[in-house]
Design a binder for this molecule. Structure first.
Ligand code: ATP
Length: 233
């Protein structure tokens, strides 16, 4: 579904991602790595927010690395950025509706809105509340809900568990499973390897902008290096 071929990304003269090749099928997949490994840079490249210096990004077989972020959303990729970035001075309702700004299928938009309200009852209760008054976990739910309103085929999720309590992390994992159960694919990047590997089919480990390991998530959980460096056992 999504493939990176020899992807290189620079900020100025400094390379943050060095010649990465990866491919993931439909379903939930993840890239794990510690601070500064380049996880967000990969996500921003896929959604068109940063331009790769070289290499290509294929989505369902089409090269998308030169498309605008708007065109990439139209192809079916939605990005839930690290740190949520909801619109603080808009209400929950307004934030959700902005997610559907490119859509003209109004009946389906209404159905998706109602569906999000049933998956996230706390958002439904807070529909008229300003986003900046929500808790961190609620803002994360809102950022995910807004991405779903774009009717994506692939949702990019940048550290969805960051800053959440263990109870909210478990709730988030259920939300990710339910998104996938609706037929959408999810690419997760996470420092929380335990959660990400538990959800994913395939996984890759990113270290200092390079892929050091990739394979099935179940095998990765048993890998000694992953256990010591990313699971803490
Ligand atoms: P974290 O988990 O801490 O968010 P990450 O794995 O997502 O880390 P990135 O945010 O992709 O890592 O950063 C990779 C490298 O690129 C880091 O060395 C970072 O300092 C650098 N970097 C990221 N954004 C920029 C930018 N806008 N300008 C310059 N350097 C940047």
């Amino acid at each position: 579904m999504i493939e990176l071929r020899n992807l290189v990304v620079h900020y100025g003269r400094v390379a943050a991602v060095h010649d990465i090749s990866l491919s993931f099928d439909h379903g939930i997949n993840c890239i794990i790595g510690s601070n500064g490994a380049g996880k967000s840079t990969i996500m921003r490249s896929i959604s068109g927010l940063v331009r790769p210096s070289s290499g290509s990004i294929l989505f369902e077989g089409e090269a998308i690395e030169s498309l605008t972020p708007k065109a990439i959303v139209e192809r079916g990729i939605a990005h839930v950025p690290e740190g949520r970035h909801v619109f603080p001075e808009l209400t929950v309702d307004e934030n959700l509706k902005i997610g559907a700004y490119l859509r003209r299928d109004h009946v389906a938009v209404k159905r998706d809105y109602d569906n999000i309200c049933s998956v996230f009852p706390r958002l439904a209760e807070r529909r008229k509340q300003y986003a900046n008054t929500l808790s961190g976990g609620e803002q994360q739910m809102l950022a995910i809900g807004r991405a779903i309103m774009a009717a994506p085929k692939l949702v990019l999720m940048d550290e969805p568990s960051m800053g959440l309590s263990p109870v909210m992390v478990a709730a988030m994992a259920e939300v990710i499973r339910s998104i996938n159960a609706e037929g959408k694919s999810v690419l997760l990047v996470e420092q929380n390897a335990n959660v990400a590997l538990g959800l994913s089919v395939k996984a890759a480990v990113l270290e200092q902008g390079r892929i050091s390991l990739q394979g099935m998530a179940t095998d990765m959980k048993d890998n000694e290096h992953v256990r010591v460096a990313y699971i803490g056992v």
